[in-house]
Design a binder for this molecule. Structure first.
Ligand SMILES: [Zn+2]
Length: 259
């Protein structure tokens, strides 16, 4: 019988102890302080429960590490678990009332969802699909610098998928809207849950088709073609943007830089 582990959540935050740990092998918060329990793990051999608490207690705190710092040191399983905990924490905190009739929601008996007892509406966790894409032209790739980026860092372009739009169409639209570049040969790469606050990043590669760079200033501060041997500072190593850029570097016979 696998041992269940526990993650504590207060409001939209994953809590840590004073040593920065956030995944615990035993539940040490009094049952009357626990407002809701959600099954967190997607792997039956590693059961984890997310316990939503009313207040800080027993040495738990919410200000030691930021989510990005916590994710930076995580392996694949821990990344998935922590990303899921964070997204569920945000959802349970931000979706407390029925959007149809305004009644307070309660946890669903079986599903990872919330139920309205007044009108019967069931609410599932919010998930926002985004596309993120590496556009290449021979040994060059197209990277952008956002207004809130660390100075010098360039990343792959990205954007939300519109209602009713395919992911492939979103890739072409976002690249054109942000940079004026038309692309072709859009190919799926891989995906990554991205808990800032509830995105699912769908990674793609695409090739340059036509156009000159003309940035949309509300979206980007800069966008440029970078040669594979003259890349700028890159995004954090645990992001799908970095996975896409590293794949581009390897595909051109080079070795990706260490972080
Ligand atoms: Zn309702």
């Amino acid at each position: 019988m696998p041992t269940t582990e526990f993650v504590y959540v207060l409001n939209n935050m994953v809590l840590t102890d004073t040593a920065g740990r956030w995944l615990f092998s035993e539940s040490f918060v009094a049952p009357d302080k626990i407002r809701a329990v959600y099954e967190l793990s997607l792997e039956p051999e590693y059961p984890v429960q997310m316990l939503v608490v009313d207040s800080l207690s027993n040495g738990l705190q919410n200000d030691v590490l930021t989510l990005r710092q916590m994710l930076a040191g995580a392996d694949d399983r821990i990344f998935q678990l922590l990303a899921r905990a964070s997204q569920l924490a945000t959802w349970q905190h931000d979706h407390r009332f029925c959007p149809r009739c305004g009644t307070g929601l309660r946890p669903h008996e079986k599903d990872l969802a919330k139920q309205c007892d007044s009108c019967g509406l069931v609410q599932y966790p919010r998930l926002s699909p985004c596309v993120i894409m590496l556009v290449s032209d021979g040994d060059y790739c197209l990277l952008g610098h956002g207004h809130n980026f660390v100075p010098g860092v360039y990343s792959t372009l990205a954007g939300f998928i519109e209602v009713g739009e395919t992911a492939e169409a979103a890739v072409a639209r976002e690249v054109f809207e942000e940079t004026g570049i038309r692309v072709k040969n859009v190919r799926y790469f891989s995906s990554q849950p991205w808990p800032f606050p509830h995105s699912l990043m769908l990674g793609f590669t695409a090739e340059y088709a036509s156009g000159d760079i003309c940035i949309q200033p509300e979206e980007l501060a800069d966008a440029r073609w970078f040669h594979v041997d003259e890349l700028p500072d890159l995004p954090t190593r645990f992001s799908i943007s970095r996975f896409l850029i590293n794949d581009f570097i390897r595909s051109r016979g080079r070795v990706p830089p260490a972080e």
